[in-house]
Design a protein around this ligand. Sequence first.
Ligand SMILES: Nc1ncnc2c1ncn2[C@@H]1O[C@H](COP(=O)(O)OP(=O)(O)OP(=O)(O)O)[C@@H](O)[C@H]1O
Ligand SMILES: [Mg+2]
Length: 909
Amino acid sequence: MRRSAAPSQLQGNSFKRSKLIPPGRSNPNLNEEISRTNPDIKLLQGTTSNAFHQSQNDPGVCSSNVLPSEESSKEVNHGDESSGQFRSQTHAMTALNPLQIVHSSSKEITESKAQEEEPGSLFKYFSVVWCKASKKKHKKWEGDAILIVKGRSFTLKDLEGKDIGRGIGYKFKDLDNIEEGQTLMIAGKEIEIMGVISPDDFNSGRCFQCGIGSPAAPNFSQPVRKCFSNPFKSVCQPNSKENRLNDLQSCKPRHDPYAPNSLVMPRPDKNHQWIFNKNCFPLMDVVVDPHLVHHLRQHQKEGIIFLYECVMGMRTTGRCGAILADEMGLGKTLQCISLIWTLQCQGPYGGKPVIKKTLIVTPGSLVKNWRKEFQKWLGSERIKIFTVDQDHKVEEFIKATFYTVLIISYEMLLRSLDQIKTIKFDLLICDEGHRLKNSAIKTTTALVSLSCEKRIILTGTPVQNDLQEFFALVNFINPGILGSLSSYRKIYEEPIIVSREPSSSKEEKELGEKRAAELTCLTGLFILRRTQEVINKYLPPKIENVVFCRPRALQIELYRKLLNSQVVKFCLQGLVENSTHLICIGALKKLCNHPCLLYNSIKNKECSPTDENEERNLYRGLLHAFPADYNPFLFAESESGKLQVLVKLLAAVHELRPSEKVVLVSNYRQTLDILQEVCKHHGYNCARLDGQTPVSQRQQIVDGFNSKYSSDFIFLLSSKAGGVGLNLIGGSHLILYDIDWNPATDIQAMSRVWRDGQKHPVHIYRLLTTGTIEEKIYQRQISKQGLSGAVVDLAKSSEHIQFSVEELKDLFTLHESSHCVTHDLLDCECTRGKDHTDDSVEKLTISRPCQLGPHHQKANCRKPLSMSQLKQWKHSSGEHLSLTDPFLERIRENVSFFFQNITNQATTM
Ligand SMILES: Nc1ncnc2c1ncn2[C@@H]1O[C@H](COP(=O)(O)OP(=O)(O)OP(=O)(O)O)[C@@H](O)[C@H]1O
Ligand SMILES: [Mg+2]
């Protein structure tokens, strides 16, 4: 709260101030004094202790600011003054003793209410300044506030959205006649009306944002024609008057702004020049190096202009942060490299470079990728990059002054924070920066402690699903722009959340929508997100398949036994903790991957007989279901439906596309071990990257696989450990062997191959075991997250999921007779009105319109996929597949159902 800096004081409004009379509501003599000396002043008395006592006795009289009723506190929380069926009127009049009004007869009140009801339904909003009522001659306004008047009631809110005064039951004409410049006494405060606020400004929350710099309109004025200078000539640095005059003639843009396809940054407007060009350097066009522009896609050019305007403080005055939230694979790295290279060599004022040193913080597995990308786009001569690792410490960067860019992992940053703090960085880039959504974690506090104000967050993961996390990210790049956390919650979060409740009123919905729109509009100035569609045209076709694999006999037997266990029964009766549900879910998921994983877990538990816990109980009696001579190291394909399909798929790719490679993804290291052994057994060379792969080796492994000279046919990837940001374009087939609760994990993995640089059509296979928990997780991914439109979040894992007993019942059911439970749930034309038995499905598949074939409608490929979108995908049971896909053909006998969607369809597969 600002003190002694309220607008009227700053502006020195003597006329208005002369009207100020020391307020003193609780002192009746003072009121008299006020009215005697200043008949202009209105006393709107809503919050005296007298009034409160009265209201206790007379339910018809309400005075808030003191113990608001339940109804009124709802009003407070939601910022919604609409619920006002006022219980009575209190009083609102010029120089009138409030007690007189309190004693008004109820008849009078009713009559006046009836007369005034209609106009009272309209809201009026005023910006005001306020201070406590006092007799002092020279007083200080304590702050700005918003006065909301509806009919015969008012609420006074501070700029954090908190109620600081309320009252109801005033005379309509008193509240109706409020006008600019007027001084009022209300709720124990003296206020001065500064101006009228439009309903739109209030509903959008804009009126609370007076602390925010106004958005500066981007300036796209055409550059003035000038000769361009030699790109390698150093920029001028004027320091004296003569120099400056000389510079006026000699300073030229580094690159020709008029060359065909040149990318010229917008010029700063007058306001910007006033603030940032104190030395009156000549205005210079900032032109992106044509060497880079040559490669840039249109969306990347726009992204560079956006980043430039943000970090230059041209979009939001005084703020230099940006969030580039483009979907995965859109080339955020290249956009940043272009920005760094431009700002490091040029600037709008006399051409003086805007930045000297840049700090890039990134996940460990991407440190080398950043170096590679710098080299790819700028070569190794133009810019000197320093990457921190075990052998190259930050001290080296400090000593060797020619390095201008420091690339470091988040982990290393924490370890080297003291040294990092000694360096003056002008630009900070946080790659995969959604991890900063928690302001309490060490990484965030470490980065906040750096003084650099030009900050960019890069993330391919949408950031707006959790409003508090969103606040943390925004507050990191543009500190304070959304006000304090408490005001943000009051002004935006609470109304938005309330409006999304099914029980919310029409007004609450409207307010929430307006606030959400305003928040989007405000943050849209410095957040940019483009979706994959913008590069689809540069990418080869993507054929995405969801493959439902029939479980094998051993799997079904063990699955039944697990579901019949005491532990699962206790889960279904709601008798056990969430951790026990997770143990059961974990066992079922292992079984779906391969029974040997379950066998090993049972054996491990047996080895520690003293360890009496739920997991041990769950496994009781299960060993008997395995053959007596069971060998868990054979990894028999015939024991796992998915493994059988996988082996056939690999063989098909190897045979039909000998020059293409496969990325094979699992979330579990033990599963990757099995897959690795199986690959070895079939003579396929593999590369592997999981959580245990040393960070220093990761890029080398990725490069090796992507190289056309590599003999590796398969890349085994643990998606959680190393998925983000990797480019695995060496592979054109990607198989997701298991499913994660969080669709973002799977989407991240799938985005590794279908990205810029990919030459082949991409085939994606998501393997699910029919009728099992894997289908349930998939349904949860696409129904809950997809349908609600909620965006996904990488950090949320199953540990954070709470299950209702109903959900658990569904999770712990095995559907043995269905071809595809997911399809059964779709209410698809092909099954509508029929029993979901094997027979009926099979008969229908022959003629149904949604079968693979020309009738299918192309689904919107935007993620996350929803159930209704899935229905639009081509689908069919294994038996009735119309065989245009040679890979699916090879696996059809092990598969009960397929869904397929093709993006960027081409004639060949
Ligand atoms: N204009 C371009 N022309 C050709 N290749 C490009 C272009 N822009 C980017 N690429 C390449 O596309 C790939 C993906 O780029 P990048 O890694 O920057 O994506 P990203 O947006 O950071 O995605 P993620 O969110 O997955 O990290 C890289 O190999 C990059 O070199
Ligand atoms: Mg990236």
